[in-house]
Write a protein that binds this ligand. Structure first.
Ligand code: NAG
Ligand code: NAG
Ligand code: NAG
Length: 365
């Protein structure tokens, strides 16, 4: 792990505050924002889609694009990204677009979204806020499972879908359809995976699949099949918080998973997003800033945090991260190991998509 630290110290520009931050040896670091390419995706007002719910032609990715999942398939890197139109009382129904790249930096996108609210049995959950914030893992069988947030304008619910090609998707509804928690606010499901080459494959631990989720505290759920999930509860019957905000820090107000969690030689590594709200938060950050930290959970007990970064490793400092639909947001959701490098994809100010690259290699991860 020594090599990782040395590379990190050499890469000055992530330390925007000028001081060298305390970092832990187990963290995945060294990310450089790719200034020559960022933002890698912008809204596009030229592409139109016939919305199957209303029959209207909409500029489906005209207002904002953000919060992407990334997957490598056959040496090609794909992004599934959230795109908002200008229509409706929530000012933008969200759909998911698909783009691909051969270098991780320059993308070609499909003119039509691949995932959207339709006249189907999930319409009541997805209309008219739409389908938001995808996270995708590979199954041991080689297909894909996606968690996403459905927003009906009142309640956000974590839903699940599967695909064999990233284009045609089968929806299953709430991840909690077998529990009594379908109608509880839920978001952001990061399933625990192991990296196998350039694939992040869901892996059973102690006989079950595991998923971190939530956007206040982090909670944990288990599954036999990646589709039906059961939240782990405390004795009082509430969801058991496994990671919580910390006063005085960048994660003072909320914590929310980033990309799928990853089994490493040190434990289960979770990159998480978080918000700082003043006066409790980090005084260096503008009020409401979304930065990202890292946590390491115990592989033999996924509820247990073994270590947690003292500080953020990623925070807004570019114009397009500072100003947008929601100011001061870097929201990390896509992590890929592609052609020997780590690519981290994130939404900027809920408006655009950017990438940061790390060359620390795969040793230990
Ligand atoms: C990958 O490429 C190979 C060779 O071109 C092809 O046979 C295979 O179907 C492709 N697989 C996927 C997942 O697209
Ligand atoms: C909807 O979003 C557009 C683009 O961000 C903005 O110009 C407009 O004022 C918004 N409308 C409402 C009702 O919030
Ligand atoms: C920071 O933002 C929150 C939520 O928008 C607000 O309640 C709080 O008063 C703000 N704090 C300061 C110091 O401006």
């Amino acid at each position: 792990m020594r090599k990782i630290i040395l590379i990190l110290l050499a890469s000055g520009s992530i330390f925007s505050c000028g001081d060298v931050k305390k970092v832990k040896e187990w963290q995945l670091l060294g990310f450089q924002k790719m200034d020559d390419y960022n933002p890698v995706l912008l809204p596009d007002t030229t592409t139109r889609f016939i919305d199957p719910v209303t029959g209207r032609s909409v500029k489906w990715e005209g207002k904002d694009v953000f919060n992407p999942a990334s997957v490598v398939r056959n040496d090609t890197l794909f992004l599934l990204y959230r795109a908002e139109d200008f229509v409706g009382k929530y000012n933008g129904t969200s759909r998911l677009g698909l783009a691909y790249s051969l270098d991780g930096l320059q993308f070609v996108r499909n003119s039509q979204p691949v995932f959207y609210p339709d006249q189907d049995e999930w319409n009541a959950l997805e209309w008219e806020g739409g389908a938001e914030d995808p996270r995708i893992v590979c199954t041991p069988e080689g297909t894909y499972v996606m968690t996403y947030t459905a927003y009906d304008g009142n309640l956000a619910r974590l839903l699940v879908a599967s695909s064999s090609d990233l284009k045609q998707w089968t929806k299953y509804g709430s991840v909690f359809q077998d529990s009594l928690d379908v109608n509880k606010w839920s978001k952001s499901g990061a399933i625990v995976t192991r990296r196998v080459g350039d694939q992040f494959v869901a892996e059973k631990i102690n006989g079950k699949y595991w998923m971190y989720f939530g956007d206040t505290h982090l909670f944990l759920a288990t599954s036999e099949d990646l589709i039906h999930w059961n939240p782990i509860k405390s004795e009082g019957g509430d969801w058991l918080p496994v990671l919580s905000p910390r006063k005085g820090k960048f994660d003072s107000d909320l914590v929310e998973p980033g990309p799928p969690a990853m089994i490493t030689e040190n434990g289960v590594l979770l990159i998480y997003n978080s918000r700082s709200i003043l006066p409790e938060g980090d005084e260096r950050l503008p009020n409401g800033t979304y930065s990202a930290g890292q946590a390491l959970f115990d592989l033999s007990d996924l509820k247990k945090i073994n270590s947690r970064s003292d500080d953020y490793f990623f925070t807004p400092d570019k114009d397009y991260e500072i100003t947008g639909q929601v100011n001061n947001v870097c929201f990390l959701e896509g992590l890929s190991f592609y052609k020997g490098k780590w690519f981290l994809y994130y939404g900027t100010a809920d408006s655009k998509i950017a990438v940061a690259v790390s060359e620390v290699g795969s040793e230990g991860f």
